[in-house]
Design a binder for this molecule. Structure first.
Ligand code: PNS
Length: 159
């Protein structure tokens, strides 16, 4: 059984994340979507809210498990016998960052490979930070996030 893991903050989940989740679901037997519990920068959404978004938007996917983690991703991968970590690449900056992280993760968990998937061109400009900034000013982010997430953003910024 090939187990993949897609780690992230998912603050909030975007169409870019969903694209990677759907495509990775096709190349592994089981995909663990792992939302990091504690983010250095204070998240907009609580871990419960981020999990709810993932659960709702991935409800039709059969071979996924949604979890939270804390600490080193490499330790979690060793604990769960994860075969590969998947990351989405949108641009050359992502490559530089993810290349260094992949090398470190391989040192820490030598049996876990990192697979870098190129983001679909229609998603290559989307980031959770940009979505939050645009939504905070009342801008339309419906091209970047699922309807459920859009509603949560509207609620969050109307408080
Ligand atoms: O969605 P993000 O914020 O880009 O996700 C970043 C994440 C959660 C994948 C990354 O911060 C991570 O793996 N954190 C766990 C701590 C860890 O293992 N750090 C070492 C990487 S060298």
């Amino acid at each position: 059984m090939r187990i993949g893991i897609y780690p992230g903050s998912f603050d909030p989940l975007t169409f870019g994340h969903l694209d990677i989740i759907e495509r990775t679901g096709n190349i592994c037997d089981k995909l663990i979507i792992a939302a990091i519990r504690n983010i250095a920068k204070k998240p907009l959404f609580s871990i419960e809210e981020r999990l709810e978004m993932i659960r709702t938007c991935c409800a039709s996917m059969k071979n996924i498990e949604i979890v939270t983690f804390d600490g080193l991703l490499a330790d979690f991968c060793k604990e769960r016998d994860v075969n590969f970590i998947v990351k989405g690449i949108r641009n050359s900056m992502d490559i530089d960052t993810e290349y260094a992280i992949a090398l470190m993760n391989r040192r820490l968990a030598p049996k876990t490979e990192t697979i870098l998937l190129l983001a679909g061109s229609e998603h290559s400009f989307i980031s959770s930070s940009m979505v939050k900034e645009v939504a905070s000013y009342g801008g339309d982010v419906t091209s970047a996030v699922p309807q459920f997430v859009n509603q949560k953003l509207i609620q969050k910024f109307s408080n």
